[in-house]
Design a binder for this molecule. Structure first.
Ligand code: CO
Length: 220
């Protein structure tokens, strides 16, 4: 943690010097263009910085973060990021990353209301309602909280999959792999929820459905 604002600039100068020492063309190459393979959609929580726990280097990952890593189809911010990442950057992987101990998820779980963030977090209350039977079987509150974090990641990854800009890519090699992760800051470990397979099978189903629709349309 930086103890003073001034230290940030001192660190920046050192970072420039170190990078130039390792590669004199570092900034020349960096300024040419970006070609990241990954889009990371994570929580704004200060501890969920992908650069710190993945080994991503500058230029490796296009990033969007908001409270509780929500992919709301009417949020112009996240939808613009995803559209740009897919259509312009042609990224290969989309990672939706939640984290245990997420304050937004906890607020949405509480009965007393969720204050000023209420409209934003309402979507998590809806996820709780959809999965209420499973969640309320979990008697341990902290385990139930963990499970809601995971279910939120799964639902948000599915919201990515439903986006209009992805639909024309279904069944093509340009369709990115969609991943659901939870960062467990109690251990430092990334947990891969292995959603990709489930999502791919839904995509195949959807692709088949679209083909059938087309055949039906052409025959009428
Ligand atoms: Co969070």
């Amino acid at each position: 943690m930086k103890s003073s604002f001034k230290e940030i600039f001192e660190y920046n100068e050192k970072w420039i010097t170190d990078n130039l020492a390792a590669d004199p063309n570092f900034f020349k190459n960096l300024s040419l263009e970006q070609k990241p393979d990954y889009l990371f959609i994570g929580c704004s929580d200060s501890r969920v910085d992908p650069d710190t726990f993945t080994g991503f280097k500058v230029g490796d990952v296009f990033v969007h973060r908001n409270v509780s890593n929500i992919v709301n189809p009417i949020d112009l911010n996240v939808t613009s990021v995803i559209q740009y990442a897919i259509l312009n950057l042609k990224i290969k992987h989309i990672i939706v990353c939640g984290h245990y101990g997420c304050g937004g998820i906890k607020a949405a779980m509480e009965e007393k209301g969720i204050g000023k963030n209420s409209p934003w977090l309402q979507i998590i209350k809806d996820i709780y309602r959809i999965h209420k039977t499973e969640l309320e079987k979990i008697k341990d509150e902290s385990k139930r909280y963990d499970r809601l974090v995971e279910l939120n990641v799964k639902e948000q990854a599915e919201n990515v999959m439903k986006m209009d800009c992805l639909q024309p890519l279904v069944g093509t090699l340009d369709y990115p792999q969609i991943h659901g992760w939870v960062f467990d800051m109690r251990t430092g470990r990334i947990i891969d929820l292995k959603l990709n397979h489930q999502i791919e099978s839904k995509v195949e189903h959807r692709s088949l459905f679209n083909k059938l629709k087309l055949i039906f349309k052409n025959n009428t």
